[in-house]
Design a binder for this molecule. Structure first.
Ligand code: ZN
Length: 372
């Protein structure tokens, strides 16, 4: 009898132990850490929280799931968080084939955040995206055909590949037959353009902001080119012309990060106005600002709503399209400010964002906010 009890106890201990073991494996923190390890050869230090590891994993996945191009093995990397580094600092050092990445803890503080909105699902700090993209693009230089390392240490070809692959964007280069065609098109609208070139750093900055849009908006078929110009005959710093966004060098001199983001988001939002919304939805949006066509107004529109229902002076100044572009930028950067100035605009944009949050559906114009 005692023997049987002993056996039972041993068996019980074994069962308890093995269930502990199972529990250990299912520990979400460990699962995250091992997923990072197995899928991307990423090791994070033990100080990383579950939430931080999740953000890193999401970032890797957001890049890899769209890129069929990355098939080679990934060298191991060790990720460290430092309180001392400032927000723009990403340090990548390679020691004996292992990449050591140090990022600032600021990367994880998301500023203004809201709960339970569509935005939270796709919006996480894009500084991290920049770090991962940088690690990956450096990685791509391992492919022989892609070995073209520029002076600043990042692979231009790889950056252009990511730009094309993820956002469907090509750069307007100087002196190609294609450039000449684009130049002719631009001449019609804005006269002669002095084409300059983006630096790698500038392109990384742009990508990290494009990434703030839901995945289904990353590629807009009619948005094909990025052009960098020395200067343009306008007071602002970025415009859209035909199928191209033009940034002047002035854009990248904007010191305030939020202001810089606003400019980039604003321009892309114009393409959404043009290609994501149909006439009915544009009309619905115009109602929120009380916009009416007016031939006597120099911008062709007047509005009945007060300034306080618009996010910026510029949103209030011209037409429903500018109101939309400013509001979309605010939805991403300052959601609470948009909500305070106009909750209906906030809800409208939130619905549009939700409809594009699925990356598996190719971009197409919305017919309605309730169905796709
Ligand atoms: Zn605009």
């Amino acid at each position: 009898m005692i023997r049987t009890i002993k056996h039972a106890i041993v068996l019980l201990i074994l069962i308890v132990q093995s269930s502990c073991y199972v529990l250990l494996i299912q520990n979400p923190r460990k699962t995250l850490f091992s997923q990072l390890q197995q899928k991307y050869s990423v090791n994070v230090e033990t100080t990383w929280t579950e939430e931080q590891a999740k953000m890193l994993l999401n970032t890797y996945e957001s890049i890899y799931q769209q890129s069929s191009d990355i098939t080679q093995t990934i060298p191991a990397s060790i990720w460290k968080i430092s309180k001392e580094a400032n927000q723009n600092d990403i340090m990548i050092e390679t020691v004996e084939n292992i990449k050591h990445i140090t990022i600032s803890s600021d990367v994880f503080s998301n500023g203004e955040s809201l709960t339970n909105n569509t935005q939270d699902e796709f919006l996480y700090n894009k500084q991290l995206f920049r770090a991962v993209a940088q690690v990956i693009t450096e990685n791509w230089t391992k492919i022989d055909a892609v070995k073209l390392i520029l002076k600043d240490g990042t692979d231009r070809y790889a950056i252009e590949l990511v730009l094309k692959e993820m956002y469907g964007l090509s750069l307007v280069l100087t002196d190609t037959p294609e450039t000449e065609k684009i130049r002719q098109k631009l001449r019609k609208y804005i006269g002669e353009v002095k084409i300059s070139q983006f630096t790698n750093q500038e392109l990384m900055m742009l990508m990290s902001i494009y990434e703030k849009f839901p995945i289904g908006m990353h590629k807009i078929p009619k948005l094909k080119y990025l052009l960098c110009s020395q200067k343009a005959p306008y007071a602002g710093s970025a415009w859209i012309v035909a199928d191209c966004v033009e940034y002047t060098k002035r854009t990248f001199k904007i010191k305030n990060q939020k202001e810089f983001q606003r400019v980039i988001l604003h321009e892309k939002a114009h393409f959404l106005w043009e290609y994501a919304l149909n006439g009915k939805l544009r009309k619905e949006w115009s109602e929120f600002g009380g916009w009416r066509k007016d031939r006597n107004n120099r911008f062709g529109w007047t509005k009945t709503k007060e300034r306080k229902e618009f996010v910026t002076d510029y949103a209030y100044a011209k037409n429903p399209n500018e109101d939309w572009a400013e509001s979309v930028a605010y939805y991403i950067i300052y959601p609470n400010k948009l909500r305070l100035s106009s909750n209906v605009k906030y809800e409208f944009i939130d619905q549009v964002m939700l409809l594009y949050s699925d990356g598996s559906i190719p971009f197409k114009r919305l017919q309605d906010l309730n169905t796709r």
